[in-house]
Design a protein around this ligand. Structure first.
Ligand SMILES: [Zn+2]
Length: 466
């Protein structure tokens, strides 16, 4: 049993003695509620007015899908109090060709060999000390810093390291010359007074602080250590670290294709499980991610160098949260819009671009007229609700050209027609949790022991009879 659950029992017992009725009739609560607003239900007319019909692409350059996601699990390494824990992370990309997916779709029985076509997967594993553990006498905070540094430097299967990709991203090394700097406000070593440490593309991954003489890592720019408490542990770090690692894995593959042959990027759709966003201290990676997307959005067309083409096809797909709940709420309006389109002879998908105003009015509490853009610091794309031709609904994030937009238009979303056409082919709605590549990646990368027979079964259920 974890120490926290022993300690956590008392407040729970106390809380259970306050009944629900007592809470809502208490004057303090009434006073609070009088000042609160909650997002209202979006009326049919408003939503219908904002819905757009999604055209079919003239031609589909996207031939393959790379989906990245991962999971983590905290494990006790000592049962006695105080408990000690390590958290295991597993994440990686899953690659498959749309053509193979189409072929699988046509089959009534899914053979294990067929599934292997989807399983070309590279897995990354990381074991992170998260409570009451020290590496060679370091504090928990420094043990974590060192472990992340060491992991990022590791070369997997002779490939470049993820740390090398972190450097590529933060210093924008896709540009021929980079003068980018990264300033660390404080020395990451506790009790050191040094401030404003400047890192450049040439800074080593590890160097000693001039003042305290202790190590500073390039990985410290992620600032995850700021959330670690030597006594309370590192539970606040784990979800931020996982989304950072997943994002880095995506950038790693984008970079690999860019290095190989930039135009290959046109043929691949990258999928991230969850929104294209980074929360917590790591939001500072959002700016370079936006820069990368904007850079890849303007590439000289090999067929006609006077024209520009957009190379990046990337989408974040959400399976839970307020936006998914909102999408469920407006399903009937989406149905009606699609039916109306069909009667006009257009069997197409429909799209609701989510503006700042819409989000703060109907989805998340906030000021619809305010100057603070939803996701202004955390998102590197704009949000949409998309209803595909087959009736599956998706909550998606797609990067927008020209940076973050408060009210993105259809054409602001990078390659959206092609991206949504490829997403439609995945044929799985947001709430049956069966987004094939992501669900599959989830299971393959997951540390839980799901028997392969069950993976096959659920995969078959999702594909048979369509
Ligand atoms: Zn220092």
């Amino acid at each position: 049993m974890a120490y926290s659950s022993v300690r956590g029992r008392k407040p729970m017992e106390r809380a259970s003695k306050i009944s629900h009725t007592n809470i809502i009739t208490a004057p303090e609560v009434k006073g609070l509620l009088a000042e609160c607003t909650i997002p209202r239900a979006a009326d049919k007319a408003t939503v219908s007015e904002l819905l757009l019909r999604v055209p079919e692409p003239d031609q589909q350059p996207i031939k393959a899908v790379i989906a990245v996601d991962g999971s983590y699990r905290e494990s006790l390494v000592r049962d006695d109090f105080p408990s000690a824990t390590i958290t295991f992370f597993a994440f990686g990309p899953l690659f498959f060709k749309l053509e193979d997916l189409r072929a699988l779709d046509r089959e009534t029985f899914i053979a294990p060999e067929d599934l292997s076509k989807l399983k070309k997967i590279q897995r990354f594993h990381l074991a992170l000390p998260t409570q009451n553990i020290s590496r060679n006498g370091r504090s928990l905070r420094d043990s974590i810093r060192y472990t992340i540094h060491e992991f990022l430097l590791k070369e997997h299967h002779g490939d470049k390291s993820l740390g090398d990709t972190l450097r590529w991203l933060i210093f924008r090394l896709w540009l021929p010359s980079s003068s980018q700097q990264r300033v660390m406000r404080h020395c990451p070593n506790q009790d050191c007074t040094r401030e404003d440490i400047v890192l450049t593309a040439q800074s080593p991954a590890l160097f000693d602080c001039d003042v305290c003489g202790k190590p500073i890592y390039l990985a410290d720019t992620l600032r995850l250590h700021e959330l670690v408490d030597d006594e309370q542990g590192a539970s606040r770090v784990t979800s931020y670290l996982l989304s950072t690692l997943e994002t880095l894995a995506l950038v790693h593959l984008i970079r690999a294709l860019w290095d190989m042959k930039p135009t290959l990027l046109r043929e691949v759709l990258f999928i991230k499980d969850g929104p294209l966003a980074l929360f917590g201290q790591v939001f500072s990676l959002v700016e370079p991610l936006r820069d990368l997307a904007s850079f890849l959005n303007r590439y000289p067309d090999p067929a006609d160098p006077s024209k520009m083409v957009s190379l990046l096809n990337i989408v974040g797909l959400e399976k839970s949260g307020s936006f998914v709940e909102h999408a469920v709420n407006i399903e009937k309006t989406l149905d009606a819009a699609q039916e109306a389109a069909r009667q006009d002879g257009a069997d197409v998908g429909v799209l609701l671009p989510l503006s700042n105003e819409y989000i703060y009015k109907y989805v998340i509490p906030g000021d619809p007229g305010g100057s603070i853009a939803y996701g202004g610091n955390t998102y590197w794309g704009g949000k949409v609700i998309f209803r595909a031709k087959d009736g599956s609904t998706y909550v998606a994030t797609v990067p927008t050209s020209g940076g973050h937009k408060a009210a993105p238009k259809y054409d602001d979303f990078m390659n959206i027609t092609e991206v949504l056409a490829a997403v439609s082919e995945l044929r799985c709605s947001m709430y049956d949790n069966a987004l094939i590549p992501v669900a599959l990646a989830n299971r393959l990368v997951s540390l839980s022991d799901v028997p392969s027979s069950r993976i096959l079964e659920s995969f078959a259920r999702g594909s048979i009879g369509r």
